[in-house]
Design a protein around this ligand. Structure first.
Ligand code: SF4
Length: 310
């Protein structure tokens, strides 16, 4: 996961065996480890003693104040934060009754009332998350909490499933909040490999300009004006520039209508015209023209050179 771009990893700690494993995990993990605790506060205490970098608790299933306070005291002594992780599927019964179900208001009240308890006990090293499978509900809950407090927020849409729809749910929900300036860390939830989740998350923050984005392609979707085999040219160019570690935009455009304009705005670009002829653009100017395949070759070489100089 770290190799894929993950900055912080959360691990479930469901029992004593998991607590015992934590010492090794913490020691060997190249990134901070957050222990995810449900029901049993003693697992949180054991995890803190094992050296985790943070603890996540869910007030919906850790209900006794004495237990929450014991976790807060241990985290304070260890100097680590606690994430108060609200999940619409495990809200307190009193809130479900008050709001008639797991609404955004119910989620926000659950998070804020737990944070207030911690504050009363002198613990403010808090981060909040409010996850639901419903994109609109999740976004509304985060906006309410962002208006009500200054605590860091960990964003995520949960239980999204798999495939395109699941990926889009995270992209829309997390993306909408980040564009509002809300959110400090993110987690993409997919019924898939954690590495897939990290890859989607990294793509979201890159596309929002919150992380170096590497090579970003601006490409023509093709239409009736496209006279070249752009749908095979584009993957070939992407493949050949896939290892280039530089923040540059590369345009690959299909015709002379919008092609030169888009290519001029990119760091480097190619625009095809009829008869398999193409032009190359850099710094807003056309700098070469010729047979399409020769121009494609030159585009790849010049993009690599540009990337190296960056
Ligand atoms: Fe059509 Fe040209 Fe736009 Fe591509 S760049 S979609 S070919 S108009």
């Amino acid at each position: 996961m770290a190799s894929a771009g993950c900055d912080i990893v959360r691990v479930a700690v469901p029992d004593e065996a998991a607590v015992r494993a934590l010492k090794t995990i913490v020691k060997e993990s190249p990134i901070p480890v957050v222990a995810d605790i449900h029901f049993d506060f003693r697992l949180a205490l054991g995890s803190i003693a094992a050296g985790v970098d943070a603890v996540r608790i869910n007030p919906g299933n850790m209900k006794r104040d004495a237990h929450l306070r014991a976790v807060a005291d241990a985290a304070l002594a260890a100097g680590i934060p606690i994430r108060i992780g609200i999940n619409s599927g495990s809200l307190e019964r009193s809130l479900l009754k008050k709001y008639g179900g797991p609404t955004a208001d119910a989620m926000a009240e659950s998070a804020l009332s737990c944070a207030e308890k911690f504050e009363r006990w002198g613990f403010t090293n808090i981060k909040l998350s409010l996850k639901s499978h419903d994109v609109q509900q999740t976004v509304a809950a985060y906006r309410k909490v962002a208006d009500a407090c200054d605590y860091p927020l960990h964003l995520g849409i949960t239980a999204t499933g798999s495939g395109l729809e699941a990926t889009l749910k995270s992209a829309i929900g997390i993306g909408a909040l980040l564009l509002d300036g809300i959110g400090d860390t993110i987690r993409v939830s997919l019924s898939s490999s954690p590495v897939d989740e990290v890859e989607v998350g990294v793509a979201i923050v890159k596309l929002l300009g919150l992380r170096p984005h590497g090579v970003e392609f601006v490409a023509c979707p093709t239409c009736g004006r496209c006279k070249v085999d752009l749908l095979s040219y584009l993957p070939a160019v992407k493949e050949r520039l896939s290892g280039l570690d530089a923040d540059i935009t590369v345009a690959v455009m299909g015709c002379v209508v919008n092609g030169p304009g888009e290519a001029k705005q990119a760091d480097i670009g190619i625009a095809f015209s009829d008869d398999d002829v193409a032009s190359l653009f850099r710094k807003g100017k056309r700098y070469a023209s010729g047979p399409a395949r020769e121009m494609l070759e030159q585009l790849v070489n010049d993009a690599r050179r540009l990337g190296r100089t960056r």
